[in-house]
Design a protein around this ligand. Structure first.
Ligand code: ADQ
Length: 474
């Protein structure tokens, strides 16, 4: 039985996390602050126009909270128990799906209790969305933690238009086939009307998985599925590469405060001639070890002189309760320690390693400071850091070294593209970047900036929602 559509929201986002973080006020009370992410910035105008609700978890276990209003949105917290945080979130989402969808860089773990928890929690999110959505509303489900929500939601509320966007890659079938619950995942996703992926390759991998796992063949971007009532329904799957709020970053980069901060940072680094920057969540998909190996060899060979060039590596704390992430952190910090032991002098470290989160303003100052940005992901859905760097370089200076295994590489073809596994190639490319004439820097940067400014995150959201609401155009 479908519940009567009694919710009142015309636009509902369903994501693992709510778009707010808890902050402690000086008087001891706690309050909510909008998270800095691009997704919320992109969706806020849609939220305000359409009377929107956002369904997600607060990030804390065992918390029962009533829905509340914040930043012109209705926020609807979904409760996760401590056991579910372990099995659904750290387990199935981050220990099974994350490595499986990123080319099995580390082996995924398959546990039936994790899967059971994933099913239970996905049902809970779908139920919450079903309760909030108005008759015929648009619901947009986000990311790999919630792949069963589309079908469950359709079962509860066949009147809704349901979209799904996958922020991470969708793997080739030969890898996806390992998943003991591959059929259920595909069926879960096929509950949507429109499935968005970062690259064309991800959409093709998904369409191929539909044929191999559930025997449904595609016509172009479309698959025809039969609902239990025997009606047929069309599901579209294609690429909608996510982007950033490029104009806001450009403005911030040009501000007087940023310029002052860049000067201060440069002097704090000992006024190096050149700065190389890496900014990543501390994750094994980001290829931080590969980058440090290449950079270490350049110092060793004397092709990079640490009295002239410094490497600044920002490694944002991430998933610290997961064993593999703790090991990775130890490994990276050991390597940085060795490099500095071998190549630093007093007061002049060869590598500045920062394990912190920073406000937007500081990130933009770092981007402005960097002559070269290194992105060496082994696999990455998009990589917004690369796009943020380009958006911040209004001066058309700086060189982006970009892994070809990122979604961003499809669009930023004027970056210096590298295969991060090819250490010799990465070394040569870093040297080429450090020596690139200003005219060539400007030529490459200009083309990349044009793309990012035209195709920003607002356009991404607009195009996805247009395609969701006007399937006849597909
Ligand atoms: P992530 O794997 O988190 O995202 P990325 O796209 O690079 O990777 O986004 C990271 C974001 O965090 C950027 O906006 C960056 O500025 C910010 N950030 C990083 N370090 C920070 C720090 N120390 N302080 C403050 N902010 C920091 C997943 C997928 C990606 C995909 C995005 C969006 O893995 O492939 O691009 O979702 O879809």
């Amino acid at each position: 039985m479908s519940p009567r559509p009694e919710g009142r929201y015309e636009f509902v986002v369903v994501a693992n996390r709510l778009p707010v973080d808890r902050v402690e006020e000086p008087d001891g009370r706690s309050d909510w602050r909008q998270s800095p992410g691009g997704l919320v910035t992109a969706l806020q105008p849609v939220m305000q126009q359409a009377d929107g609700a956002w369904i997600g978890w607060t990030g804390a276990a065992d918390e029962d909270l009533e829905p509340f209003d914040h930043s012109h949105m209705r926020l609807v917290p979904v409760r996760l128990s401590g056991d579910e945080v372990e099995k659904f979130y750290e387990g199935f989402s981050n220990g099974t799906l994350w490595p499986l969808y990123h080319d099995v860089i580390v082996p995924p773990t398959y546990h039936r209790e994790w899967w059971d928890s994933y099913v239970t929690v996905n049902r809970r999110f779908a139920q919450a969305a079903a309760e909030q959505a108005a008759e015929g509303a648009t619901v947009w489900v986000q990311d790999y933690q919630l792949q069963l929500v589309p079908a469950e939601l359709r079962r509860l509320r066949p009147d809704l238009r349901i979209g799904f966007f996958n922020h991470i890659p969708f793997p080739p079938y030969e890898i996806f086939a390992q998943l003991p619950w591959r059929r259920q995942v595909i069926e879960g996703l096929l509950g949507a009307d429109l499935l968005g992926f970062q690259r064309g390759q991800d959409a093709s991998n998904f369409l191929r998985a539909c044929r191999r796992a559930v025997g449904l063949t595609r016509r172009g971007h479309t698959i025809v599925v039969r609902d239990p009532q025997g009606r047929s329904r069309r599901v579209h799957a294609r690429a909608f590469p996510i982007s950033i709020d490029a104009r806001a970053l450009d403005r911030l980069a040009r501000s007087e405060e940023t310029r002052e901060r860049v000067k201060a940072l440069r002097s704090e680094l000992g006024d190096p001639r050149l700065v190389v920057l890496g900014v990543d969540r501390l994750d094994y998909t980001k290829g931080i070890q590969h980058r440090l190996k290449a950079y270490g060899e350049l110092l060793e060979d004397g092709r990079v002189d640490p009295s002239e060039v410094v490497l600044v590596q920002v490694a944002t704390p991430s998933r610290e309760r997961v064993e593999q992430y703790r090991l990775l952190r130890d490994e990276i910090e050991l390597t940085v320690g060795r490099l500095n032991g071998d190549h630093s002098t007093i007061g002049l470290p060869a590598v500045h390693y920062l394990h912190h989160s920073y406000p937007r303003e500081e990130m933009v100052a770092l981007y402005q400071l960097a002559d070269v940005l290194l992105v060496t992901s082994l696999r990455d859905g998009m990589n917004l850091v690369a796009k943020e760097y380009v958006a911040s370089r209004y001066d058309e200076r700086g060189v982006l070294v970009l892994s070809e295994f990122t979604g961003a590489a499809d669009e930023l073809t004027n970056a210096l593209l590298v295969n991060p596994h090819d250490i010799q190639g990465v070394k040569d490319t870093i040297v080429r970047a450090l020596q690139m004439p200003e005219r060539e820097q400007a030529r490459r940067m200009r083309t990349m900036r044009k793309r990012i400014i035209e195709y920003d995150v607002a356009r991404w959201a607009r195009e996805f929602l247009h395609a969701l609401r006007h399937p006849e155009d597909e």
